[in-house]
Design a binder for this molecule. Structure first.
Ligand code: FAD
Length: 312
């Protein structure tokens, strides 16, 4: 069975994919709701995400180039293909076919694109997968997870909330599943974040008072810099449990590597959840690029993925 067919079956069978909303729009999301302690400190218990941007392809732009070759090669008919494939697969296939000038009528047509990508993955010619970029918003993730996430360098861009710039008004926390499932640990978590939020507010207030009374270390010329001077000091007391929303852009090759490294039994549980959910979204968006993964249930109730074609 082709990997794409296998993914379609998985998508239909698994409740897991039910978490993915709006997949039919091409911009899937997995929502995560904000809870609150009795004292009003907000926190989340799950990773939320939304695909904000994906590849958009205009193959018509090839026309002048294709027109410039000998008429008997019949290159312009490359632009006529009745089978639609997802944009990520389309741009990657086009890039791959440019390498061999495979624009003639004998080329691999879109209806055989699944086989084409099977060959690409099998042979490790993954550089063509770098042409499809996907941008996600991730939220409900802790500062400790984003610290691990940003270690993934090749093919990624990041924009993360600045704890120097934003105030305590947008401070939220993330509860680990180990705490959420145990009444005692959950209660300790709620007390801890109430305390952290109160401590942050009190420290900010004290630092502001010091700044107003002329403290040199806290002084600055610009108004935003004044605020930064206070918040960059006060953030030092925030725990790893502080939420750290981040927008991440990565190409398909980079996302594949991230998913393989982190939706793995060896990875830490929170980043595993992030990577697995990213996989759930991307498998819906472009099964040809992300459809070769099998879902592997782990003993702790979480999931990893496995592919025959790692690190293409
Ligand atoms: C289970 C697990 C445990 C970990 N434990 C630790 C730990 O204890 N301490 C710690 O510091 N980190 C740890 N890490 C992070 C790990 O070392 C990597 O930094 C992280 O997984 C990113 O992987 P990467 O470098 O392959 O990814 P990317 O940065 O996305 O790179 C992708 C690939 O590009 C190539 N590449 C990227 N940059 C270079 C370069 N400069 N030179 C040559 N080739 C390059 C490599 O082939 C690389 O695999 C851990 C990761 C995992 C999954």
């Amino acid at each position: 069975m082709a990997n794409t067919d296998r993914t379609k079956m998985l998508i239909e069978d698994k409740d897991l994919f039910a978490k993915v909303e709006d997949a039919e729009t091409g911009y899937p999301r997995i929502s995560s709701v904000s809870h609150s302690t009795l004292k009003g400190t907000p926190y989340l218990q799950e990773t939320g995400m939304a695909l904000l941007s994906g590849p958009s392809v205009h193959l018509e732009g090839l026309r002048d180039f294709l027109d410039g070759f000998a008429p008997e090669l019949d290159f312009p008919q490359y632009l006529v293909d009745d089978t639609e494939i997802d944009s990520g697969a389309l741009i990657c296939k086009t890039a791959g076919q440019l390498c061999y000038m495979s624009f003639s009528p004998k080329r691999t047509k879109n209806e055989d694109a699944a086989r084409y990508f099977e060959n690409i993955k099998q042979s490790g010619h993954g550089s063509v997968l770098e042409h499809a970029n996907y941008t996600f918003l991730f939220y409900g993730i802790s500062r400790s997870v984003t610290h691990e996430l940003v270690r993934h360098r090749a093919g990624f861009g990041y924009s993360q909330v600045s704890q120097r710039y934003v105030s305590g008004k947008v401070l939220r926390f993330v509860e680990r599943p180990e705490y959420a499932q145990d009444a005692e640990l959950h209660s300790a978590f709620e007390n801890r974040i109430d305390h952290a939020a109160a401590d942050y507010a009190a420290t900010t207030e004290r630092l502001l008072a010091q700044q107003k009374s002329g403290d040199t270390l806290l002084s600055a010329d610009a108004r935003t810099d004044l605020r930064k001077k206070v918040q960059q000091a006060a953030r030092s007391l925030l725990p790893n449990e502080a939420e750290a929303p981040i927008i991440v852009t990565g190409n398909a090759r980079a996302w594949r590597h991230f998913i393989e490294m982190r939706a793995s039994a060896h990875a830490e549980i929170e980043i595993r959840s992030l990577a697995f959910r990213t996989y759930l979204c991307l498998a819906r968006v472009d099964p040809m690029l992300f459809g070769d993964y099998d879902i592997v249930p782990l003993a702790d109730g979480t999931y990893a993925v496995h592919t025959e074609y790692p690190k293409v």
